[in-house]
Write a new protein. Structure first.
Length: 170
């Protein structure tokens, strides 16, 4: 199963449109996971129209319309793994222990907010993944998103994709 992980699309405030490469990935993914901060409902509509399956949450910058349509936390079993999605996890220091305590029933937690890619595993086994942002690199050298290959209850591959201005990245 191929997963596309993204977050913090911030349209139209940080970019006018999504990178074409990301739009192509939506169509190739079995499941798209978005960890919040959409900003406009049209972006959610676009993802819902293109994704085979969308698992998504709202973020701290999302208004009432998105908050009505999306939960703060989402959970889904995918290829034998228990995934959770949230926007914010707090400070980087102590993140693994905090999240493992908050989500003891998950195998993988996808989060956003910082725009900083993250891939670690808590001592208790919880994998934490942040795909960064495809439209706002903030203090990072590149805009990013992730793809994840899962099968038979295991992650087989996690790839962080770097976007360039030629890809339509912010």
């Amino acid at each position: 199963m191929r997963l596309l992980l993204t977050s913090d699309t911030h349209l139209p405030t940080r970019a006018k449109r999504l990178p074409g490469v990301l739009l192509d990935e939506i169509g190739r993914a079995d499941v798209v996971i978005h960890a919040g901060d959409w900003i406009d409902e049209a972006t959610l509509d676009l993802f819902e129209a293109r994704a085979a399956l969308l698992v998504a949450v709202h973020g701290n910058n999302d208004g009432p319309g998105l908050r009505e349509r999306l939960p703060e936390t989402a959970r889904r079993e995918l290829a034998g793994l228990r995934f959770g999605v949230v926007h914010e996890t707090g400070a980087a220091a102590g993140r693994e222990a905090r999240c493992a305590q908050r989500f003891p029933d998950l195998d993988v937690l996808v989060f956003g907010h910082s725009h900083i890619p993250w891939d670690t595993t808590a001592p208790q086994g919880l994998r934490l993944l942040n795909p960064g942002s495809p439209t706002d690199r903030r203090r990072q050298p590149f805009c990013t998103y992730m793809t994840v290959e899962v099968a038979d209850g295991a992650i087989e591959d996690v790839t962080l994709h770097r976007l360039t201005p030629g890809d339509g990245a912010g």
